[in-house]
Design a protein around this ligand. Structure first.
Ligand SMILES: [Cu+2]
Length: 159
């Protein structure tokens, strides 16, 4: 398929989709704040350069500026088929099914605390690289984030 054909197909699909929504009458609810979904903002996302390809940690702050509480339910990435959300208790980390993102609050994924853990890396990123991840939430739409790969001692979420 050449580029022109692809583009025309995409345009047609969009038009068909718009028509379908119009017929279903779904368009009038879209004016309210993101359909009542929480509004999330991610800052300071980074991954310390992994020592081996076995695993890597991911850190960031997920800010919720809405009145609706949400939960981080999973993380996906092209770098690993097994990305986990870990909490740290008594200096031991364990996998959890979800993590709260409180209304008008934030979820801090930081060193020594909760974090994202990438198991079985498909490659070993170096300082300066970016690792793309997608965060999935119970209510909010998925959020795509790029983690900056930093030196192993780097800490952006430190206060
Ligand atoms: Cu961990």
């Amino acid at each position: 398929m050449n580029r022109r054909t692809t583009r025309r197909t995409a345009l047609f699909a969009t038009a068909a989709l718009t028509a379908a929504f119009a017929i279903a009458g779904c368009s009038d609810s879209s004016d309210s704040a993101k359909d009542g979904k929480p509004v999330l903002k991610v800052t300071g996302a980074f991954m310390p350069q992994p020592v081996t390809s076995e695993m890597a940690g991911g850190f960031m702050v997920i800010e919720n500026t809405s009145d609706t509480a949400d939960k981080l339910t999973s993380v996906t990435s092209t770098i690993s088929d097994d990305v986990q959300v870990h909490e740290t208790k008594d200096q031991k980390m364990q996998q959890v099914k979800s993590m709260d993102v409180p209304a008008n609050g934030e979820l801090r994924l930081e060193r020594g605390g909760s974090h994202v853990m990438f198991m079985g890396l498909k490659n070993t990123p170096k300082v300066g690289d970016k690792v793309a991840v997608e965060l999935h939430f119970e209510k909010a739409d998925p959020v795509k984030v790029e983690l900056d790969v930093k030196e192993r001692t780097y800490n952006s979420t430190h206060h």
